[in-house]
Design a protein around this ligand. Structure first.
Ligand SMILES: Cc1cc2nc3c(=O)[nH]c(=O)nc-3n(C[C@H](O)[C@H](O)[C@H](O)COP(=O)(O)OP(=O)(O)OC[C@H]3O[C@@H](n4cnc5c(N)ncnc54)[C@H](O)[C@@H]3O)c2cc1C
Length: 393
């Protein structure tokens, strides 16, 4: 995007700081918290409002691991990286608890349960359970006989479930609010889309309509919108839409789900929410061509697919209370990306990117944003560099 001379605010000002962060989602705000804790002066620039994109539109699962089960993840990522990723997400929740997530109204300690609706997932979950135990992680398998009597199990569809007892759920907007409120000295400029990054002598100038920020370093946390500012990330961070549906079952007891459920290799996810509602998300994988988009709108195909799942797994008697979508930034291996990035013709190399949290920004964004700040500041070792894709490109 460009902005004309006339479109710039008449009260245009220039601010100075050490690090400017672009994007006030979970990643950007978490990076800001880490920098602030180290006494670095920061400014956050947000195109819309804090939490306006994926960070405020997700399902609020704070789970250990990723959508895919442990055994399958180990096949694609390797056992060591999978164990690392599961531990990373565990630490994310520990960090959020230290920050005070448990005191937010929408937080609940709610075990997650990865469901198998048949083979091959049934066998994969048994294998995942074995491997996780071997790797020192607590988890348990449940089958129809010992499962809770909630609508999902009563539907008779699940054959087995892998339960992570320590997981939780929360309200995404409350999490963003907590992150923002935990910042003491870092201003967040909202409605401040960065439309250009320029050299400013030996510093960097970020241009928005209302304010210019001159800084020494930049952390770009724009996730799905990464390629808008950093064209070299095109094809590495790809926008993918996630859609959600909220329903209120007419029978109150149908809204009480014991666990936060993942099914079909994480393609679908469902949990109870406030006011006797149930939220159901996913179905992207069956409509992948249409859902590889940054258009924030629901589609009849995905929404009717979600409703089919509701009817099959929960109830046929419900009222729809909300439909929405959000745009995720996928990385090729589903793990975050943290690295220096070149920005058009700029000679300055102090521009960094943190994003690509795929479908797991709630479960790993806080930990990842804070880590990204330390990678930039202190050169902390990271496993999330862009070099891991070089052999594949
Ligand atoms: C439907 C759905 C369900 C999900 N469910 C879960 C879940 O249950 N658990 C889980 O762990 N994860 C889930 N996720 C994923 C999670 O929401 C994301 O991984 C996470 O929110 C990404 O955070 P972020 O800060 O990197 O990106 P975002 O939240 O997208 O933030 C990026 C910010 O950058 C801003 N921006 C973009 N361009 C510019 C610019 N040029 N100038 C200034 N600002 C700019 C945007 O406005 C935005 O606010 C889900 C996602 C979706 C869409």
């Amino acid at each position: 995007m460009t902005v004309s001379l006339w479109q710039r605010s008449p009260t245009h000002t220039t601010e100075q700081c050490d690090v400017a962060i672009i994007g006030a989602g979970i990643s950007g705000l978490s990076a800001a918290l880490e920098l602030e804790s180290k006494g670095i002066s920061c400014i956050v620039l947000e195109a819309d409002y804090a939490g306006s994109k994926a960070s405020g539109r997700n399902a609020g699962f704070l789970i250990r691991g990723a959508a895919e089960n442990y055994a399958n993840a180990a096949k694609t990522l390797g056992r060591d990286t999978t164990r690392f990723l599961w531990e990373w997400t565990q630490q994310n929740l520990v960090g959020l608890k230290q920050l005070g997530i448990e005191s937010t109204p929408g937080y609940a300690q709610r075990p997650s349960c990865v469901l198998a609706l048949g083979e091959p997932e049934h066998t994969e979950l048994i294998e995942s359970h074995r491997m996780m135990r071997e790797d020192g992680m607590r988890c348990e398998l449940i089958e129809q006989g010992d499962a809770p009597s909630d609508p999902i199990w009563r539907s008779g569809k699940p054959t087995i479930g892998l339960v992570n007892n320590e997981d939780a759920v929360c309200s995404p907007t409350e999490l963003v609010g907590l992150l923002g409120a935990s910042l003491c000295n870092t201003p967040i400029f909202e409605d401040a889309e960065v439309f250009r990054i320029e050299d400013d002598g030996n510093r960097i100038r970020l241009r928005t309509r209302a304010v210019d920020v001159v800084c020494s370093r930049v952390m770009i946390c724009t996730n799905a919108y990464a390629a808008g500012l950093v064209s070299s990330l095109e094809g590495i961070i790809t926008p993918n839409r996630g859609q959600m549906l909220a329903i209120r079952p007419r029978k109150k007891s149908d809204s009480k789900l014991e666990f936060a459920y993942y099914l079909n290799h994480g393609s679908e996810y469902v949990r109870s929410a406030s006011d006797d509602q149930v939220i159901f998300g996913g179905c992207r994988t069956y409509h992948a061509d249409h859902e590889a988009t940054s258009a924030d709108e629901t589609s009849p195909e995905v929404q009717s697919h979600l409703e089919q799942f509701v009817r099959d797994l929960i109830t046929t008697e419900y009222d729809i209370t909300a439909r929405w979508s959000g745009i995720m930034g996928f990385s090729p291996d589903g793990m975050p990306v943290i690295d220096r990035v070149p920005v058009h013709t700029l000679s300055n190399t102090n521009i960094w990117f943190c994003g690509g949290l795929t479908g797991h920004g709630m479960s790993m964004g806080y930990q990842t944003g804070r880590h990204a700040a330390r990678v930039m500041l202190e050169g902390e070792h990271t496993r999330f560099g862009l070099d891991r894709f070089q052999s594949a490109r």
